[in-house]
Design a protein around this ligand. Structure first.
Ligand SMILES: [Zn+2]
Length: 318
């Protein structure tokens, strides 16, 4: 092994498991280790677990500690990324945890942190669907709608670290607006996340609308997408509404940061071109022609590894 080469470690911290990975300088993911978060052990115990997983991965794969040029962590919640502080993470039950300080003391390397959606976006830009493009907006359509905005190869975190929180763009028309988990109404997340789609599906069933969704015991977002593809009108309407507001949000972003590419990932995006084509249709309808010229909308390609790759890349992009 060439001892001159530098490597970066990424940590993707979730509520139930922690994924740790080693990346090369080109963003290639070389090895992964996954272990339980054990959130019940509180922040100190979880960060101790992370130290163990990182050291285990590095020694198991035969890297020398000196080759590790930096460590990054993607964490769900609201962070002060400059101070390296997790202000609040409802998923982990953390408040005001100085993650950077604790991990640097444990690991003896510089540590950078960011929220998990920004990390996933960075992963796609470093070595995924946005590779080689310097102005990209990434969407993650999962339980919520996460996002990351990269302008001139820099992650846009903003003054309060709220830059790129595109799931809370207030885009839904007032007559269709429903309450969001953030306390506001009409957020993109209420219609374009798995949670939002399931909610709308259940509401339609409760209202007694004629739909094949009524035959499904525990409706998932995949069910809604599958039934839409099969032609169920209620499901088509739900998917269409998600696509409409995603397209509208992209049109807005096109006159604010004007990215060259939109990358769409997350569980809901597994519906593939069925969803992406619809999003693009609405995007073209809403966006100014000059803003959308030569802009494309593509699926994410790193899947569940985007977060760990992007966390490793935090040292190169900020
Ligand atoms: Zn919201």
């Amino acid at each position: 092994m060439n001892l001159e080469r530098k490597f970066y470690i990424g940590i993707d911290l979730g509520g139930t498991s922690v994924k740790v990975g080693i990346c090369g300088e080109d963003g290639s993911l070389l090895a992964v280790y996954e272990g339980p978060t054990e959130a019940e052990k509180r922040a100190e115990g979880v960060l101790q677990n992370i130290e163990l997983y990182v050291r285990e991965l590095v020694s198991r794969e035969g890297y020398s500690w000196n080759q590790i040029a930096g460590i990054g962590a993607g964490i769900p919640g609201f962070l002060d990324f400059q101070a390296g502080l997790v202000k609040a993470s409802p998923n982990l039950g953390w408040r005001n945890v100085p993650v950077k300080e604790i991990l640097e003391a444990r690991l003896g390397k510089e540590v950078k942190i960011d929220n998990d959606a920004n990390a996933a976006a960075l992963g796609e830009v470093w070595s995924g669907a946005g590779a080689g493009i310097s102005n990209v907006v990434c969407y993650t359509l999962g339980t919520g709608v996460g996002g990351g905005i990269i302008v001139k190869n820099n992650l846009c975190q903003g003054f309060n670290g709220m830059g790129g929180e595109i799931g809370h763009m207030n885009v839904v028309a007032e007559n269709e607006a429903i309450a969001c988990g953030c306390g506001k109404t009409g957020c993109l997340e209420t219609v374009a996340s798995a949670t939002g789609m399931i909610y709308m599906a259940k509401e339609a069933v409760i209202r007694g609308e004629k739909t094949s969704l009524a035959l499904i015991r525990e409706i998932s977002a995949k069910d809604v997408l599958d039934e839409a593809k099969a032609g169920d009108p209620v499901s088509v309407q739900i998917v269409d509404r998600a696509a409409k507001y995603l397209g509208k949000s992209m049109a807005l972003l096109s006159i604010i940061v004007n990215p060259q590419r939109f990358v769409v990932g997350g569980g809901v995006a597994k519906a593939g071109s069925y969803l992406l084509d619809r999003i693009e249709g609405y995007y073209c309808e809403y966006a100014l022609e000059n803003a959308r010229e030569n802009v494309d909308i593509v699926p994410a390609i790193l899947g569940n590894n985007a977060g760990v790759v992007g966390a490793a890349g935090l040292h190169l992009y900020e």
